[in-house]
Design a protein around this ligand. Sequence first.
Ligand code: FAD
Length: 449
Amino acid sequence: MASKTASKETSFLIVGAGTFGLSTALHLTNRGYKNIVVLDRGDDVPSAFSAGNDVNKIVRADYEDPFYATHALKAIHAWRNSPIFSPHYHHSGYLVTSSASAPSKATSHVTRLITALSSHPDQPKSSVAVLHTPEDVQSTVPHLTGPLTGWSGYYNSNAGYAQAAPALKALYTELLARGVEFRLGDSGHAVSILPDTQTAKAFPAPRPYIRTADGKIHCADLVILALGAHTARLLSVAGAQLTAKAWAVGHVRVSAQEAAHLRGLPVVNCRDVGFFFEPVPAGDEHGQEWLIKVCAHGGGYTNRGRAATSLPPWQAEENKAIPVEDEMLMRRLLRETLPELAKRRLERRFMCWCADTADSEYVIDYVPGYRKGLVLAGGDSGHGFKMLPVFGGWVVDLVERGQQTEKRWRWKTGDSDGQEELGWRVGGVRDIREVQRMGDGAEATRPRL
Ligand SMILES: Cc1cc2nc3c(=O)[nH]c(=O)nc-3n(C[C@H](O)[C@H](O)[C@H](O)COP(=O)(O)OP(=O)(O)OC[C@H]3O[C@@H](n4cnc5c(N)ncnc54)[C@H](O)[C@@H]3O)c2cc1C
């Protein structure tokens, strides 16, 4: 490729068929690019290693920063109107609160969100209702039958949730129909980049090559890495800015009758405890049972041990136990809201890994040293799934312009370990090896100190 920017003949190799990789392939095809190959180590899409392979994800434009609120409003528009995404989106509304024992950081974040929502020019004016007391919360969301001790916050009707795994599957199907090639399993599992960052400058090859687990070498004019939490395993230099972090997820099973009572439930997010969603079908063979996804809030967990870089465990199986403290938070959330479910078995537990950055910004830029042949697209800090319909457009903008004009998305040289004092982060970070965890079958995973 003579020019530094992409032309319609440019060949693309996207490494990672998760949220950002699929979105990038979508936007490349939208803009007329035809020569696109996507690699993923999973045997199917969505892969067992994708943070997006989940029952549901919050889709909201409730950001303090108007820049992200504007992008998220565009994403919501696409979730509601695109034939690919709209079947998997529920405009259920969003309840955001803090509890009686919330640290002041959590309550002031909620207050600032209310101000940000009411001052954003594109946010529908009547969508937000401020809720001062537990009674206000209960009358706005009558599904909630628990005490809601000290709860206050707001309800935003202009938000909802996506059924995440089905949305990724629908996008994958669409991309296959558009002629995008996928290599999965060993033939899609990238194990090294050649040359590596140490030798890239001196290497005579005009572009990077990717070696996969089956021993094959893949090349393209532009290689785009979209590996989420796994990025530093392939590109170690990225570990200084993308830190793999996980949060705990569990599910409570409800009957069809209970699910019917909870129909129309908004996403319930208590900023200092956790969040949960409307029930979705469990997908069991009789189709009679439903699942409520529950998550615990906190600063997240690294997996580092004595290593400098945090990376997700190698096997997806190792993710199936969650910290005991997070289970307690999930049960506390249910006791406050839907007490009849608080003692039910917490099933399909897992640790969901994503790539966190200190400033919570994405990194969408060329990797230094590869002569603009290698792009990194990642760093979601736990809030990137909503951008599935729009994220890839930002990657294509980069490769068409030949430089990252959005300063906040540039390659970062700082270290991500010192978490910046961001208003929405509540709780400290711990290493997953230091905490006791519990799996579905109540088998305990001892801390590895
Ligand atoms: C607990 C939790 C809750 C979240 N909730 C929300 C939410 O409610 N709303 C929201 O908007 N966002 C949410 N997010 C964030 C969202 O999930 C991420 O922003 C998004 O999935 C990141 O996409 P990605 O493409 O970077 O990574 P992923 O979706 O994880 O994709 C990475 C892909 O790379 C593949 N891969 C890994 N290694 C290799 C390799 N060596 N070779 C080839 N392929 C490889 C994996 O198989 C995977 O498919 C949440 C995240 C977490 C952790």
